[in-house]
Design a protein around this ligand. Structure first.
Ligand SMILES: *Cc1c(COP(=O)(O)O)cnc(C)c1O
Length: 564
């Protein structure tokens, strides 16, 4: 389909566990967006990098230390090489690019082609051939080269593939912001000028849409100007620093902000935080979602098929889960729990007990997510298990290879296993990916999230859990502020801790709140009032599954950003 209207640019995308072209939430969101765009017949095309050597495969050694192993993958099994070649200039060299295509199809919908840019061509230098090998690998130099390829190369490739009708360029995070430079050049060329001016900027702004994803400043790519000059060789970056730069560096977030007519954060709270960070910009919010059919476990898929036919094409109808019989929900949940237990048994030899409340936590191991908050007071945890009822804990998640602190957190969690001894079964499943995320978010009883507010932009794994009737126990941040009804869709952590400004006090306050909720609210309900607990599960599906999905999200992009 060459008459696509929306071009979606993303550094990572998660389409299949066998394609390691994603690191985490940003890529999962991209994959789910494309699936829902296909479903909703939004004429979209997506652009990303090939990541021939993927992100990495995580192994955890006997001491609990993360080891990164390469993950080559069989790209020709999933992708189809495209004939055109385009090039970009990097440090004055011409770097040739090709694209590989994956068609994302859903029955009854459109196909959305996803193009993966590849610089590993014989005509390129050995170094340039590696530029599309590693997702989030290398240093600032490697990263800016990748972003030249994604942004500038991406637009050129779309043109070479015959996409001439594109009316919107959607940047999923700032990595692709250099697409703006290419569009400015195009606009000037079309007007018969050699350099772009204010008119071109207006024309580009009308076409660009930017979704910002993190309130953590270090998550925004910025490059020193000498590096930019060396790689890109474009005087405009310094000459028009009010467009390209912030604090004397090329700043991809500011560039994207300056060249977009519509900017959004990924939850209401995140948009508020972003407005504080980027005061002069108008920042709306479209809360993230997940692709419902992808993230609903097979047992719940058949339950929904029986009771709510049409839920796949119309996710809003999941609202009618409010009349599902409680006994069937519980039975279906036990089946999902069994699927996770099966994988655990195969992988670790451990036998999870389906009658014991199982807590799940899996996400990137990094400081603000406080992955180890649950195990910060092991003695308290043991007391809870003996006073209020037994507990099992399933952990997962990777740390970025350069995040030493994140790796230490994994090791700390890993070591707690020994202190817990026989009191609580706990395990850390390695190599968290799409498949493991599906099993975990559906196969535990409570999904835990403990970010340091307001740093979790949205979070999406709790939405996956909700579709499977799994309630969240979470800090009030990101999407959970919107999805939380205390005791109805799950439980808040630390709702009374907002006065604690100091990080250590805040952590202690949140941990106490987490333990109190477990001991006095959740475990008693789970073991002594199963119907009440199952009713909470039902609310998760009807109130949150029906809303926090990418069908609703993409519809909002259509209304507010694409065809407004
Ligand atoms: C959903 C998902 C994430 C993102 O989860 P958050 O709750 O946003 O942290 C990360 N990695 C994988 C593999 C996922 O499936």
């Amino acid at each position: 389909m060459n008459n696509a209207l929306v071009a979606y640019f993303t550094m990572e995308i998660a389409l299949d566990s066998a394609m390691p072209t994603y690191a985490g939430g940003l890529g999962v969101l991209a994959g789910d967006t494309v699936r829902s765009a296909a479903e909703l017949k939004v004429p979209m095309v997506a652009m990303t990098l090939l990541h021939r050597k993927g992100y990495f495969r995580q192994r955890i050694d006997d001491s609990g230390w993360q080891r990164e192993e390469p993950c080559d993958w069989d790209l020709e099994k999933h992708l189809e090489e495209q004939p055109p070649r385009v090039s970009v200039s990097i440090e004055g060299r011409t770097v040739s690019l090709r694209a590989w295509k994956c068609e994302v199809k859903v029955s009854g919908g459109f196909q959305v082609p996803v193009f993966f840019l590849d610089s590993d061509l014989p005509e390129n230098s050995t170094w340039d051939r590696t530029l599309t090998h590693f997702l989030y690998g290398g240093d600032a130099f490697y990263r800016i080269c990748q972003e030249v390829i994604l942004g500038i190369g991406g637009v050129r490739m779309l043109r070479a593939l015959g996409h001439t009708t594109l009316a919107r360029f959607h940047m999923n995070e700032g990595h692709a912001a250099l697409l703006g430079l290419e569009l400015l050049d195009e606009s000037a060329r079309n007007a018969g000028r050699r350099t772009f001016n204010g008119e071109d900027i207006e024309s580009v702004r009308r076409r660009c849409v930017f979704t910002t994803h993190t309130p953590v400043a270090s998550g925004h790519d910025q490059f020193p100007l000498d590096l930019v000059t060396r790689v890109l060789g474009r005087d405009e970056v310094t000459a028009m620093h009010e467009i390209f730069c912030h604090d004397g560096s090329l700043n991809m977030t500011f560039l994207a902000l300056n060249l977009s007519h519509y900017v959004n954060g990924v939850a209401k709270r995140h948009a508020e935080t972003s407005r504080l960070m980027f005061g002069q910009h108008n920042i709306d919010s479209i809360t993230n979602g997940v692709h419902a059919a992808t993230w609903t476990s097979p047992p719940f898929q058949s339950l929904f098929d029986r009771h709510i036919p049409g839920w796949r094409t119309d996710n809003f109808s999941l609202r009618f889960a409010h009349s599902l019989p409680l006994a069937e929900i519980w039975e279906t949940h036990l089946a999902a729990k069994q699927l996770l237990a099966g994988r655990v048994a195969r992988e670790t030899g451990l036998v999870l007990d389906p009658n014991i409340l199982t807590l799940g936590f899996a996400r990137r191991a990094t400081a603000y997510k406080r992955n180890d908050l649950l195990v910060s007071d092991v003695e308290r945890l043991k007391r809870i298990a003996s006073n209020a009822g037994p507990l099992q804990i399933v952990y997962g998640g990777k740390a970025h290879p350069n995040d030493h602190q994140g790796k230490e957190t994994i090791q700390r969690i890993f070591r707690v296993k020994e202190w817990l001894g026989k009191h609580i079964t706990m395990l850390y499943l390695p190599d968290y990916d799409l498949d493991l995320a599906k099993l975990m978010t559906a196969g535990v009883d409570v999904w835990l999230n403990t970010p340091q507010a307001p740093l979790e932009a949205s979070g999406t794994s709790g939405m996956k859990a909700a579709l499977n009737g799994v309630p969240s126990l979470s800090v009030l941040d990101g999407w959970w502020i919107e999805g939380w009804i205390e005791g109805e869709t799950g439980w808040a952590i630390g709702e009374h801790c907002t006065v604690e400004r100091d990080t250590a006090n805040r952590n202690a306050c949140d941990a106490t709140s987490l333990y109190d909720k477990l001991e006095h609210v959740i475990l008693p309900m789970f073991y002594r009032d199963r119907n009440r607990f199952t009713d909470v599960m039902r609310h998760c599906i009807s109130l949150n599954g029906s809303f926090f999905n990418t069908q609703r999200m993409v519809s909002q992009y259509v209304i507010k950003a694409y065809f407004e």
